[in-house]
Design a protein around this ligand. Structure first.
Ligand code: ADP
Length: 417
């Protein structure tokens, strides 16, 4: 039974039911230099194997494959995505489960940017691939790796249906007032410049779980989901639909992240060019790789920043304060956008694992009607309510599960085609 009383861990699992004899989905998250995968049962979310192929195209490639808690490591050169998929199939062949026997029903690819073209999961065909290639300018750091993964997966598994699940699709329900930038019409029309939002599979999964934990139908629930990892975004979800989010055109905007700054004054690029002669590619690199926690505290890893802060490091303290301030500002704004708030959910690496960060944000959210249960927050493991039982607005920790969401999306699409 669900127990959403203040402080009590919520006991029942998120799955819709038992595993039966359902076939798994092979979920693929291909980046430019890495390939993450998971063989997952869509009905229960049970993972049969997870793996990571790293340093594709660099020296000293490395692959890990984990089955039943046992990790198998392989070190060899992995020159390209074709070699990465050979490693993937070799890992399954050598360490199981046997892919022939497991008989995945589909491959689900995570794709970062679907532009305004893809508002939902799609079956991949030549036409879809062409559109994805056209969308590369919108996500030059992410989509090429995703596409390379899809191309090789189509060659490696020609008989399996393959679907693309987009980080942006969940946010296609945002109204024009939320996604439109006040910039010249020609930019918006010719180059599709607007806010798109990211982390959609996580926001979708966590909203559904949070409504279930509240014991309310998703359609009647208003939530703010705070996805806080290396990349972070906040999302206002009304009745299961995204109505606003902190990230915009690219994954740079909004909250302060590991190496990305979040919101900035739009005058900054021109100013830096004038005062330092910095070029746009240099600026782009600095904002993608050298900003955020890394710039403020010397480490992009929040856990390390918290250790530095605990040792009295003033830069780490400032970094923490900036992160919290930005979160409070976005949480307040999104609550007003929603008009009525039922719950706030914390998820991803930082959201799930940092009680001090959650406490610092929620202590400043009393205006919204949230009363933190300090003990529950400190002890939170898995899905946990961290607000008191008389808190007008609830707060939860909800571990995200993007792979399961992608597997669910894939099976849902296959059931309708
Ligand atoms: P990604 O966006 O790459 O998927 P994650 O969701 O795994 O990232 O989040 C990574 C972040 O979570 C890192 O900054 C890491 O330091 C932080 N994190 C992980 N565990 C903890 C912890 N116990 N306390 C604080 N931060 C943590």
């Amino acid at each position: 039974m669900s127990d959403t009383q203040g402080g009590a861990p919520v006991a029942d699992g998120p799955g819709p039911g038992g595993e039966g004899t359902a076939r798994p989905v092979l979920v693929i998250n291909a980046g430019s230099s890495s390939l993450k995968y998971q063989l997952v049962l869509a009905d229960s979310g049970r993972s049969l194997a997870t793996g990571l192929v790293e340093r594709i195209g660099l020296e000293d490639g490395r692959a890990t494959h984990t089955v039943d808690g046992e990790k198998h490591v392989l070190e060899q050169d992995i020159p390209d995505h074709t070699a990465a998929f050979e490693v993937l199939t070799a890992q399954f062949r050598d360490h199981g489960p046997d892919l022939q026997e497991a008989a995945p029903v589909a491959i689900g690819h995570r794709v970062v940017h679907g532009g305004a073209k893809f508002a939902s999961t799609v079956l991949i065909d030549e036409e879809v691939l062409k559109t994805l290639r056209r969308l590369v300018p919108l996500a030059p750091l992410h989509n090429p790796g995703n596409i390379a993964g899809i191309e090789v997966a189509l060659e490696t598994f020609p008989d399996l249906p393959q679907v693309a699940v987009f980080d942006t699709a969940f946010h296609q329900t945002m109204p024009p007032a939320a996604y439109t930038y006040a910039i010249p019409l020609s930019w918006r029309q010719t180059f599709n410049i607007r806010s798109y939002g990211f982390h959609g599979t996580s926001h979708a999964y966590v909203s559904r779980r949070t409504a279930a934990l509240l014991g309310k139908p998703l359609e009647d629930t208003n939530l703010v989901v705070l996805h806080l990892g290396n990349g972070s975004s906040a999302c206002a979800v009304r009745g299961g639909q995204s109505v606003d989010t902190s990230m915009g055109l690219s994954p740079l905007g909004g909250l302060v992240m590991g190496t990305r700054p979040g919101d900035l004054d739009p005058g900054l690029p021109a100013h830096m060019s004038r005062v330092s002669g910095m070029t746009l590619p240099e600026f782009d690199h600095a904002l993608n790789k050298e900003s955020g926690l890394k710039a403020l505290a010397g480490s992009s890893d929040f856990r390390e920043v918290m250790e530095l802060r605990a040792s009295g490091d003033a830069d780490a303290q400032l970094a923490f304060d900036v992160v919290v301030h930005r979160l409070v500002r976005h949480l307040g704004a999104l609550a007003l956008v929603l008009g009525r708030l039922d719950a706030v959910a914390f998820t991803a690496g930082i959201g799930e694992n940092s009680p001090p960060l959650r406490a610092a944000v929620l202590e400043r959210a009393a205006l919204l009607g949230i009363q933190l249960d300090e003990q529950a927050n400190a002890d939170a493991r898995g899905e946990t309510r961290i607000s008191t039982s008389d808190s007008a607005v609830a707060a939860f920790v909800v571990p995200t599960n993007e792979e399961w969401e992608i597997a669910l999306e894939a099976t849902k699409l296959l059931a309708t085609t």
